[in-house]
Design a binder for this molecule. Structure first.
Ligand SMILES: NC(=O)c1ccc[n+]([C@@H]2O[C@H](COP(=O)([O-])OP(=O)(O)OC[C@H]3O[C@@H](n4cnc5c(N)ncnc54)[C@H](OP(=O)(O)O)[C@@H]3O)[C@@H](O)[C@H]2O)c1
Length: 270
């Protein structure tokens, strides 16, 4: 059997890095793409692992990384759209530029990477896109309004795409991680606040430690990588995969809106 190849965005840390390691361990070729491949990440380049530069907000870098992956490995079987971050804070404190940056990475970047791979997948009449959404693409928590709106967008985008791509032999998958212990809650987060806007201070002080605490005690990036690998290889048309999120999603399904919101308020101190 020929060696399969996966192309991963945001492979410098967290879920992307864990996925790159897992696919490599399982014998795949890995195009591990990241904004700064020159920085140490714990991932070593080898004959089966290419470290490629890709900023999902930079169309030239997308084009070059796609060409480099095809040049290096011949073809690609699976694209993992993983790159993403959260802007965190009250919506009123955000700027239009912050909203733009949030969508540029989590939504428009994901769409641009997907579009760049479609001709290749169509030519092969096969391919799998694994899009990393979030439990936050199905439910919403306090102070993450910008982030949630991007992940809800990824959910709708991916769910719709499955129909037009199925006749072409291309499948799409949505991964919905719950809290996962990565740089997401610290290094990667974009704090949203506005000097002089104090009306939200008490609320932010009450809620933020609980939200961050949930992340710090979350599941491992490796556990999500295993779900991504399963989604990439199970050969099914299954669309959504949970990862440390099944319980929350079950509760969300069972409770009416008002009751679910009351639970969120109770947990996060809203
Ligand atoms: N951690 C969680 O609790 C959680 C839960 C649900 C969903 N997710 C999703 O899982 C994905 C991975 O996050 P993570 O938890 O692994 O956090 P992470 O460790 O912060 O990883 C985020 C990755 O995205 C990359 N990235 C950010 N902006 C980028 C851009 N413009 N172009 C290319 N790469 C970019 C980062 O690169 P740099 O190293 O250059 O910053 C980093 O490699 C994200 O889509 C996130 O929304 C996370």
């Amino acid at each position: 059997m020929t060696t399969r190849t996966v192309f991963i965005t945001g492979a410098s840390s967290g879920i992307g890095a864990a996925s790159a390691r897992l696919f490599a361990e399982r014998g795949w070729n890995v195009a591990a793409t990241m904004r700064s491949p020159e920085k140490p990440t714990g991932l070593d380049a080898s004959d089966k692992v290419a470290l490629l530069r890709l900023d999902v907000t930079d169309p030239t870098s997308i084009r070059e990384a796609v060409a480099a992956a095809i040049g290096r490995f011949g073809s690609v079987d699976v694209v993992v759209n993983n790159a993403g971050f959260a802007a965190v804070g009250p919506f009123e404190a955000s700027t239009a530029d912050q909203v733009q940056r949030q969508f540029a990475t989590n939504v428009f970047g994901l769409m641009d990477v997907t579009r760049a791979w479609l001709p290749h997948f169509r030519g092969r009449k096969a391919g799998v896109f694994v899009n990393i959404a979030s439990v936050g693409g199905r439910v919403a928590f306090p102070l993450y309004s910008l982030y949630h709106s991007t992940k809800w967008a990824v959910e709708g985008f991916t769910e719709s795409l499955q129909y037009e791509l199925a006749p072409l032999g291309i499948r799409v998958k949505i991964i919905e991680p719950g809290p996962i212990k990565t740089d997401f809650y610290d290094r990667s987060a974009l704090p949203v606040s506005s000097p002089g806007l104090t009306a939200y201070d008490d609320y932010v002080a009450r809620v933020t430690p609980r939200m961050t605490g949930a992340g710090h005690s979350g599941a491992s990036a490796e556990s999500v990588a295993r779900v991504i690998h399963r989604a990439a290889t199970d050969g099914s048309r299954k669309l959504r995969y949970t990862a440390n999120s099944a319980a929350v999603l079950a509760v969300r399904r069972l409770l009416p809106d008002a009751l679910f919101s009351a639970v969120v308020r109770r947990i996060f101190g809203g």
